[in-house]
Design a protein around this ligand. Structure first.
Ligand code: PLP
Length: 400
């Protein structure tokens, strides 16, 4: 990040609440007759994550990826804490501007944008976007010729990410020169490079592989006579917890290797587009048990949220569920557990939330509490069968 380092503007409580306190809080909500699913947003967790980011990567300005979870209270807190925002559409830009965030804190990070969205970005002064095709350059030239550009490059898929982006996004190595030339001829301003190693990455050596390609792209631009590139956008792919220490060390090492802080690189702006890192552990989901069946030795339960709702990610990703049962109905509960299946509420037979999962005996009006439910949950759900993901309420904890 330029000469000045990014700064955390935190106040209030900067600690996540403990799981026990969270369960206690949820118990108090459900005992007031709540039966629909709901989220708990831990404000202290957000503050702690933002602080951790700036502590570990002070040279990298985070632009939170709104698509990951556009919960209004969450976005408002992120805005107050000083992050920027990665918006992928007109509607996401509108949402962020409505919080009073200035347009220069937004990157329009979608490589293929409808023309009407480009026109809107020009109108409201969102002046940084990504591209990876000539067609996109032509649209930008027509509707927003003063917009600064980042060329999105495809990087080696070495991160072990659950969600890979390379088949759709990023210029291939042999497309980089023609794209940079096309931008040059159109007198468009390519300020730098953008990449994404893949979401839910596990091997952060991938940052080094990606930055090598980014550095080659910077050098190629210089060789072609483009104005000196000065923005490096390292995308998302981060998760919170111990993995973040690993990831941030890998980023720092890779920066040191390819973009060292030395003469020639002064003025380099480094930015990132983390989504999952900030959203995942900030949200907890509570879903009530709405039905039960016993088949052989297996307990089968239906709950009030599922794969068409908050748990759409289960279609791609099975090892993310951390679940605490909250028993309100069973008299004299024992510790014995049963092999259990948990279904979502819809008529879709594939709406299965948990299978071969050990749970204690539960009944209708007990609850399951799902932790780490902020990333690509409510934002990816739909309202199939009238179970309205879009209307799931959010309670807050730790707001002072
Ligand atoms: N930036 C772009 C362009 C993306 O497509 C995504 C995820 O889809 C992100 C950032 C956020 O990635 P993550 O949630 O892995 O940090």
């Amino acid at each position: 990040m330029e000469a000045t380092e990014a700064k955390f503007m935190g106040n209030g409580v900067e600690k996540p609440v403990s799981r026990d306190d969270l369960i206690h809080f949820i118990r108090s909500v459900v005992s007031s007759n709540e039966t629909d699913p709901f989220y708990v947003l831990d404000m202290g967790a957000i503050r702690s994550l933002v602080k951790t980011w700036f502590h570990n990567l002070p040279m990298v300005q985070p632009f939170y990826a709104v698509k990951c979870n556009p919960n209004p209270a969450f976005l408002k807190e992120m805005a107050a804490l000083g992050t920027g925002f990665d918006c992928a559409s007109l509607a996401e830009i509108q949402t962020i501007l409505s919080l009073g965030v200035s347009p220069d804190r937004i990157v329009f990070a979608n490589t293929c944008k409808p023309e009407s969205h480009i026109k809107y970005a020009a109108k409201v002064g969102v002046n940084l976007t990504t591209f990876d095709s000539k067609c996109e350059l032509e649209k930008i030239k027509r509707w927003h010729p003063n917009c600064a550009l980042l060329i999105r490059i495809k990087v080696p898929e070495t991160s072990g990410a659950t969600f890979k982006f390379g088949s759709k996004f990023g210029a291939l190595p042999d497309e980089i020169v023609p794209l940079l030339r096309a931008a040059q001829e159109a007198k468009l301003q390519v300020n730098g490079v953008s990449f994404h190693i893949g979401s839910r990455a596990s091997n952060f050596h991938a940052f080094e592989d990606a930055m090598q390609v980014a550095k080659t792209t910077f050098d190629t631009a210089a060789r072609l006579g483009l104005p000196k590139m000065h923005v490096l956008n390292i995308g998302g792919g981060f998760t919170s917890g111990p993995k973040f220490t690993e990831a941030s060390s890998a980023v720092k090492l890779a920066l040191q290797k390819y973009f060292p802080n030395e003469p020639g690189n002064e003025g380099l702006k480094i930015m990132a587009e983390p989504g999952r890192f900030f959203a995942n552990s900030s949200f907890t989901l509570a879903a009530s048990i709405i039905g039960k069946r016993i088949r052989g030795g297996v307990r089968e339960y239906w709950i009030s949220d599922g794969v068409s709702g908050s748990m759409n990610f289960l279609k791609y990703d099975h090892d993310q569920m951390v679940c605490t049962p909250l028993r309100l109905t069973i008299k004299n509960p024992t510790c014995k557990t049963w092999n259990s299946t948990v279904f979502g509420p819809t008529c879709d037979a594939a709406d299965i939330v948990l299978k071969d999962f050990e749970l204690p005996e539960l009944d209708v009006n007990d609850w399951l509490v799902f932790h780490n439910m902020g990333a690509y949950t409510s934002s990816r759900g739909n309202d199939f069968n009238g179970f309205k993901t879009s209307a799931i309420p959010t309670y807050f904890t730790n707001t002072n």
